[in-house]
Design a protein around this ligand. Structure first.
Ligand code: SAT
Ligand code: MN
Length: 579
């Protein structure tokens, strides 16, 4: 009898009618052949091998350069299950709408069958997915981002237990673009996009949306989190997981370079985007990085902001929608102070010097194993035990540099309120319009956000040594609009305080919003920062926080009866403490 995998591949082939079907093995020969074919077809341009060995440039259709949340749907049986923060379509309606789009869509194309594993092959947490796609560019990306090919198929070993994803670039028409998640079966259908999170189904679709729904059922967590390792002067290892909305420097934080190496503090990277976490037998929370690559934003990445990323992407990488020099060197905004001469922009035109040369969401896809700061434990099948969880947002005012929750419930409350201010907030003193992004999962939670809060609260019951939860804000400004905190590597100082707090060390002052570092508790060794700036960074303004609490109350009404009682209680308690 044919396996579920064979039957499903057959079914999809009958629908999409490819000229041929090719099963990817993930080998060197395979990718070399594919790269060659893509160069011949104009999908890839080989970059300069002297500087960027074995790297390729890809230009997307200009209408297809970022995730499209409005075309992303949770197709649960009931709308209620998707909740107020997701788009919803009934599974029957979604299938009826998409089937005609898939009908014959792969005529004249090859259907690639791409088996991949999320998580170390021998980890109890890892899972196998199989993506069918007509895009060789997607295949090449999946090969970097996941354990792709024979190894994954071997792990599956004929079993039915895999995540099926059907993807076609179709005609790339944004009007007909759909990314549909059938959460009860764990299936994803994506059509008319070739880009990032829309098309690499392993990433946001499976490792977050489908996985989060599974994790809720099975008692673990799929989170939009980096994982980093901190080596302390005594040689002990501490692990920090951190969730930040986009454009808050998550990749930079995951790869930060310790300004305190001389004192014995070292930082290493475990993951930069996604964490799967489960309670261990020891009552701690253990995390793996399900991915094997970084899909990072290129603009803004440079020798100052992220030297580790710069080293990582020098080989075996794909650059999407960056600019390029006449001799094949990729360039993007702020890579260097002065742009090189005679750039070709991301659209393939001679750069006009005015519009961005690289698309603001231009990306590099690069192997994690090449990262100079990668932790020796990044592929540990058991994962790493998390000591500290950080939640961050971008707030020009209000939120202090760091504050610690009183307990787990309070931490979950804090996490549910994070978000980023719109640029209007840059005006002095003005409280910005904030897009709330609970746990940085707003676009990625595969079920009702209120139930997700409940899941977070209930996870505590499985943990005898839960991580401590903190909020951080690297983006506070003074009245003149200047950054108060230098950020980047210096953020380590905040991590150190959090880790020390998790061990019951280091000083803190109790405030209505949580514990803040007491004077001299932050290690500022070698850092020049004004006392007044520090005071402002750690200031809690009651009036502002009362207004904030009111806004949170409004935000919470969205979740109706599914807002856990324990969260409402936290808000009440905060209001009471604020007086
Ligand atoms: O395009 S992705 O979803 O993979 C990246 C992102 O938007 O965070
Ligand atoms: Mn992300």
């Amino acid at each position: 009898m044919a396996s579920k995998l064979e039957t499903w591949v057959d079914e999809c082939a009958r629908l999409t009618k490819p000229d041929s079907i090719y099963w990817c093995d993930g080998s060197e020969e395979e990718i070399e052949r594919l790269n060659g074919e893509m160069i011949d077809a104009g999908i890839f341009q080989r970059l300069n091998d002297d500087v960027y060995r074995n790297c390729h440039l890809h230009r997307s259709d200009p209408r297809d350069v970022a995730r499209t949340e409005h075309s992303t749907f949770i197709c649960s049986d009931k709308e209620e299950e998707a909740g107020p923060t997701n788009n919803w379509k009934h599974p029957d309606e979604a299938r009826a709408m998409l089937k005609p789009m898939y009908d014959g869509v792969m005529k004249g194309r090859t259907m690639y069958v791409v088996p991949y594993a999320l998580g170390p092959l021998d980890s109890p947490l890892s899972r196998v997915g199989v993506q069918l796609t007509d895009s060789p560019y997607v295949v090449a990306n999946l090969r970097i981002m996941t354990r792709m090919g024979k190894a994954a198929l071997d792990k599956l070993n004929g079993s039915d237990d895999f995540e099926p994803g059907l993807h076609s670039t179709g005609d790339l028409n944004p009007e007909n673009r759909y990314i549909c998640h059938f959460t009860s079966e764990g299936v994803v259908w994506s059509v008319n996009s070739g880009y990032g999170g829309n098309a690499l189904l392993s990433k946001k679709c499976f490792a977050l949306r489908i996985a989060s729904a599974r994790a809720k059922r099975d008692g673990w967590m799929a989170e939009h989190m980096l994982i980093l390792e901190l080596e302390m002067p005594d040689g002990s290892l501490k692990y920090v997981a951190g969730a930040f909305p986009s454009a808050c420097g998550k990749t930079n934080l995951a790869m930060l370079i310790s300004p305190l190496e001389n004192l014995g503090y070292k930082v290493r990277t475990v993951g930069d985007d996604i964490a799967w976490l489960r309670p261990g037998a020891d009552g701690r929370l253990w995390a793996i990085n399900p991915e094997t690559g970084f899909f990072g934003v290129a603009p803004g990445t440079n020798e100052q902001t992220n030297p580790n990323a710069m080293r990582t992407l020098e080989e075996n990488s794909i650059f999407t929608n960056v600019a390029v020099t006449p001799d094949g060197v990729p360039w993007w905004e702020d890579k260097t102070d002065v742009p090189p001469d005679n750039l070709t922009d991301w659209l393939g035109n001679s750069w006009d010097g005015e519009n961005p040369a690289a698309h603001p969401n231009a990306r590099y896809t690069t192997p994690a194993s090449q990262c100079p700061s990668i932790s020796p434990r990044w592929e540990d099948p058991d994962g790493v035990p998390i000591d500290v969880i950080l939640f961050g947002g971008r707030r020009a005012s209000l939120a202090p540099l760091v504050y610690e929750s009183f307990d787990w419930d309070h931490g979950v409350y804090m996490a549910s309120t994070i978000g980023s201010e719109t640029t209007a907030a840059q005006q002095s003193g003005a409280v910005g319009v904030i897009r709330r992004d609970p746990m940085a999962m707003l676009p990625f939670c595969g079920y009702h956000m209120g139930d997700y809060f409940t899941h977070w609260l209930e996870m505590k019951d499985q943990l005898t040594q839960p991580p401590k939860i903190f909020c951080v804000n690297w983006f506070r400004k003074d009245a003149g609009g200047n950054w108060l905190w230098p950020g980047f590597g210096e953020n380590l100082r905040v991590l150190l305080w959090a880790v020390e707090r998790s061990e019951g060390r280091s000083g803190a002052d109790e405030t209505p919003i949580g514990f803040l570092p007491s004077e001299n508790a932050l290690n500022l060794d070698g850092l020049k920062i004004e006392k007044t700036a520090l005071r402002e960074l750690l200031n809690v303004n009651r009036d502002d926080w009362q207004a904030e609490a009111e806004q949170v109350g409004e935000f919470y009404t969205r979740f109706g009866g599914r807002l856990p009682e324990r969260m409402a209680k936290q808000l009440k308690a905060l209001n009471k403490r604020l007086g």
